[in-house]
Design a protein around this ligand. Structure first.
Ligand SMILES: [Zn+2]
Length: 308
């Protein structure tokens, strides 16, 4: 393949994976189209001696468009992964894990259903314990990637509100606080390490993506985030869904952003404004570093949800 053609394919693949992440209809079913044709590059960040992050995409570099941030938690008995990135990246994920430990992957926690977080569950085989909130399992059952014979890769262990895995230094706490990005998002806490993985409940510094086709709700999101902030204490590092590492104050700021967005959208709707007018009027000045690329889609989602 000519270099220019290859570059075009890479850019297309990159935009497809971004589109898959942004679409409101079953992003998981779009994941296979987003498989990279070229090199697969995953960067790794060390947070603690036994906790690493296989990072999400680097803007402008399609070879890194691998899907969400993956936590790699190393225990005596094996490695727990939080999420598994886009389909087609399984070997690249495993190679990176092997670069920091000889232990096998024994457990996967899926923060939610989307294909950029569950894409390689099957790659790790049926001997791996897959864990998710019960609504996420229901959402995953609707995905093409988990139909037919692949249903054997669905989570076998589910929970409703809280689940603790392991004990002592190896303890992991899973919490569900309500709808937001989807209907089944898990907050994963490593208490001994003071680290929280939020999945896409806090993906980036921009408006949230609320996937209404999977039970997501931008109307419920501010309250769900408040509950998480009130209940999850003693954390100093936050692993977001798709951004570099954050601090608890960033999560608190994002909660305020989502509450402001909801309140202003409600007011605009009550004043008879259109979605275009409402999203243009929403100012992010008091949120340094925030983008507005996703504001219109979020405002639309709030309009649709309230109208219903
Ligand atoms: Zn997602």
């Amino acid at each position: 393949m000519k270099r220019s053609v290859l570059l075009g394919v890479l850019l297309l693949v990159g935009s497809l994976s971004m589109a898959a992440a942004a679409r409101t209809d079953l992003p998981g079913s779009l994941a296979p189209a987003a498989q990279p044709q070229g090199p697969r590059v995953i960067d790794i960040v060390k947070l603690k001696d036994n906790l690493y992050v296989l990072t999400s995409s680097t803007p402008g570099n399609p070879a890194t468009f691998s899907g969400g941030n993956v936590a790699v938690f190393i225990t005596d008995g094996g490695v727990t992964l939080v999420d598994t990135k886009l389909a087609g990246w399984g070997q690249a994920v495993l190679d990176k894990v092997k670069s920091v430990t000889t232990k096998p992957v024994t457990r996967i926690i899926n923060t939610h259903t989307h294909g950029d977080h569950t894409g390689n569950d099957g790659f790790f085989g049926t001997t791996v314990e897959i864990v998710a909130q019960e609504n996420t399992k229901t959402n995953m059952e609707k995905m093409d990637a988990f139909k037919g014979d692949n249903a054997k890769f669905l989570p076998k262990k589910t929970y409703k509100d809280k689940l603790t895995l392991g004990s002592g230094k190896e303890r992991i706490d899973l919490y569900y606080f309500g709808a937001g990005h989807t209907s089944g998002d898990t907050f994963v806490v490593f208490p001994d390490l003071k680290v929280l993985h939020t999945g896409d409940m806090f993906a980036w510094k921009d408006a949230p993506f609320c996937d209404r086709s999977n039970g997501g709700s931008c109307v419920a999101l501010p309250q769900t985030l408040s509950k998480a902030i009130a209940n999850i204490k003693n954390v100093d590092t936050v692993i977001p869904g798709h951004s570099p590492m954050m601090a608890p104050k960033d999560l608190q700021e994002f909660q305020r952003f989502t509450a402001d967005l909801l309140a202003e959208t409600r007011a605009a709707m009550a004043a008879g404004k259109s979605v275009d007018e409402a999203s243009a009027a929403f100012k992010v000045d008091k949120y340094p570093g925030y983008k507005t690329e996703r504001v219109k889609a979020a405002v639309q989602a709030i309009y649709d949800e309230i109208k219903k």
